[in-house]
Ligand binder design. Sequence first.
Ligand code: AMP
Length: 426
Amino acid sequence: MAKIKFQTPSGMHDVLPQDQIYFQKIYKTIEKTFDFYGFEKIDTPILENADLFSRSVGVNTDIVEKEMYILRTKEGKDALALRPEGTAPIMRAYLEHGLNTYPQPIKLWYHGPFFRHERPQAGRYRQFWQYGFEVLGDKESVVDAQTILIAFNILNDLGINNISIRINSIGDENCRGEYRKALVKFLKSKKNSLCRDCLRRSKTNPLRVLDCKNEKCREILNEAPQIIDYLCDDCKTHLKSVLEYLEELKIPFTLDPFLVRGLDYYTRTVFEIEVPFGEEGEGGVLAGGGRYDILSKVLGKTNVPSCGAAAGIERIVSVMRARKLEGVYASLPKVFISQIGPLAKKKGLVIFEELRKAGIKATELFSKDSLKAQLSKANRLNINTVIIIGQKEALKDMVIIRDMETGKQSEVSIKEMVKEVKTRLK
Ligand code: AMP
C-alpha cells in the first residue's frame, strides 16, 4: 500500500493556532464594523451549480476558464463547483429567497474559504479565506463610496497603514461596447508586439488585456484608449459623485484608467486596495470590489443594482505578521486546580466546573498525578492562585487555596470556594 503523504494538497494550507490569532483579530474587527454599518451575516454553501459562476463571472475569465474546481455527482448529472468567489452565490441567495421583496437595500457580509486552481505562489493559494460584503438593491453612488470606505476602514482598524486605493469606472452596457470596439481596434494595430496571452484575450475578453503584467505589453498598453473618455453621461456623473464623496471623507485614492478587475459582472465603479510588497513577500492587493448592476440580469432576472467588496485573509495576515501587528490571544487562566489521589481528582473535576459556571478561567493537569508536575505547570503559566485537594481535603469536602507568591495557604469548604477565589482575584 502506498504511504500516506503528510502534506496538504498543493496550494492548500492549514490555519494553525499561530495563524488563528490573526484570523480571530480579523473576524472580531469585521464583525464590529459590519454591525456598525448595518450589515447582516450570510453563509452560502461551499458548492454551487457550476453554471452560476460561468454565467456571472464569465466564461472567458481566468476564474472560470482555468481555475474552477468542478465536481460531478455519482450520476454525473450535476456539475457542482467549489465556490471561487462570494458575490454570485449571494446574488443567487438574494434571488432564491425573494430578498428583493424586503425594503432595499439588503446589506450582507460573509467570511469563509474559496477555491481557485491557480499556480501556487506567495499570497496565491488554491484554498484561501476571504471576507466580503455586498449592498444589494441600491444604485446610488454613495453606496460605492461607502463600500470603499468600509473596505479601507477595516484594514486601517487592523493597524495596516501605507494603504493605497486605486479606482476606475468600466462603464455600463451603454458605453462599454463603444470602448471595447476602440480597444480591440487598438490591440489589432499592435498585434505584432503583444504577448500571446494578450493576443488570446484581445479576442475573448479584450478588457482583461489591460491587466497584463508583461513590461513590454505595459508600455504599449499605456497608449491604449482609456475607458474614462468613453463613459456615457450617467456613468461619468456616477464616477464624479463617488470621487467627491471620498474626497469629503478624506479617503486617499488614485484614478487608475487601466484597472478592470477579472470578472465580467462589474459595471461602473471598480477598485482595489493594496500595500507595497514587503521583505517577506507580503503585501500586494489585499481587497477589491466594485458595482455589479447587471449581475442579476445575466442570471436571468431583472436588474438588481449592487455593489460590494472582498478581501483576502491570508494576504492580510501575512502583512500583519510581517509588520508585527497585534492578534487576538486567548485569555490566561487565573486559577490552577491540582489534585492528589483518586477521590481528589473526582472533586477536582467538579470544582473545575464550578469555576467555569462562575466565569473564572481555570486550568488543570488532571492527566498527571504528581503534585510537582502540576505545580510546575501552574508556575509556567504564571498562575498565582492554586487550589490543592488531597485525599484528606476531599473526604471533608474542603480545598486548600495557595497563594504561590507568598506561599500562604488557607483551607475553605468547596461550597465557599468560588466566593473565596473571587475575593482573592479582586
Ligand atoms: P477577487 O475575488 O479576485 O477580487 O479577490 C479578492 C481578494 O482575495 C484579493 O484582493 C486577494 O487579497 C484575495 N485573493 C484572491 N485570490 C487569492 C488566492 N488565490 N490566494 C489568496 N488570496 C487571494
